[in-house]
Design a protein around this ligand. Structure first.
Ligand code: SF4
Length: 318
């Protein structure tokens, strides 16, 4: 839990997490549900807005930091995670939330997605997963399943879509979940848990793109064609237990990962949402502080090394 939560000087309202910037996503876009859920989660956690940094890549979802009244950086395509890593290392007292789309994170930023998982810095990564590159007119993204053809594609995809939960399990993320953009009631607690988690939390969110993805529509997720919801809520299943009790027990870790992996694969009429896997392991931040004791009391940005005049260095490089 970030210290910032305990330090909150007053009760923040939902308005404190909103900006005046016009939200210009298309009407009916699932991004609205995710934005609202992030704002409500921050409200519930009562983290002061000035102790939060929202970091995004490029894509429709990349605009999210513009709409949340915290520190924020709208970075390059696929680069939300390395920038979030730098922000967290420079000031570990900030609550850092990286956001981006599936094309941004699983395509162009795929290398960062893997390496962020094995590092276990204490921050959250939320992916708005709609199966297309919405901002550039709906090309197939890495999660679009083979054989599907959305409305701006000339032919069905001949590549298989990736399973982000499976990749995250392999990469080493210590909190892994999946939500649905139009189910704010269950998405808010997932985001709250992800931010509270000590370590890197990864949350994939199924997101509807009514303009370009005419296959996975809200009616499709609701299962109107099969007569029951396609989404299977893991938390309602009596024997579902995704939390590792003993992080020193490799058998328990492997067993929990295998169950999560099995649940993460989609079938034609079943998609699981909820918490897939959670384990408490030493974070990168803690391991760094053990090597550099000064970091226990002060963030890197406040240490004397940052107070030095670096002008001579820049002069030397001119
Ligand atoms: Fe949302 Fe799709 Fe419009 Fe982008 S193109 S804002 S993802 S509906």
């Amino acid at each position: 839990m970030p210290d910032a939560v305990a330090d909150a000087p007053r009760k923040f309202t939902l308005q404190d997490y909103k900006t005046d910037v016009h939200v210009d996503w298309c009407p009916g876009c699932g991004d609205f549900g995710i934005l609202s859920s992030i704002q409500q989660a921050l409200l519930q956690l009562q983290i002061p807005p000035y102790k939060i940094a929202m970091i995004s890549g490029i894509g429709c979802s990349g605009k999210t930091p513009h709409y949340i009244d915290t520190y924020g950086l709208h970075t390059l395509h696929g680069r939300a995670l390395p920038v979030a890593t730098g922000v967290k290392l420079a000031n570990h007292e900030l609550t850092v939330v990286a956001v981006g789309g599936d094309g941004d994170g699983y395509g162009i930023g795929a290398g960062y997605f893997l390496n962020t998982g094995r590092r276990n810095l204490n921050f959250t990564y939320i992916v708005f997963n709609n199966g297309v590159y919405g901002l550039t007119k709906g090309q197939a993204s890495p999660t679009l399943r083979k054989g599907l053809k959305t409305k701006s594609m000339p032919e069905p995809s001949i590549q298989e879509g990736i399973n982000p939960i499976a990749v995250a399990l392999g990469a080493g993320y210590t909190w892994i979940g999946r939500g649905y953009a139009l189910d704010v009631k269950t998405l808010v607690p997932l985001i709250t848990q992800a931010i509270r988690h000590k370590g890197t939390a990864f949350l994939d969110v199924y997101q509807t793109c009514p303009v370009y993805n005419d296959i996975r529509t809200k009616e499709w997720y609701a299962g109107e064609d099969i007569g029951r919801p396609r989404l299977r809520r893991l938390d309602t299943e009596p024997d579902w237990d995704p939390v590792v009790k003993d992080p020193d027990d490799p058998d328990e870790i492997v067993g929990k990962k295998v169950r999560a992996l099995q649940a993460s694969y989609e079938t034609a009429d079943r998609l699981a949402v909820g918490l897939f896997y959670k384990v408490e392991l030493p974070t990168y931040d803690d391991q760094l502080a053990a090597k550099v004791p000064a970091l226990k009391d002060h963030p890197l940005v406040d240490l004397p090394v940052f107070q030095r005049d670096v002008t001579p260095l820049f002069k030397e490089l001119e």
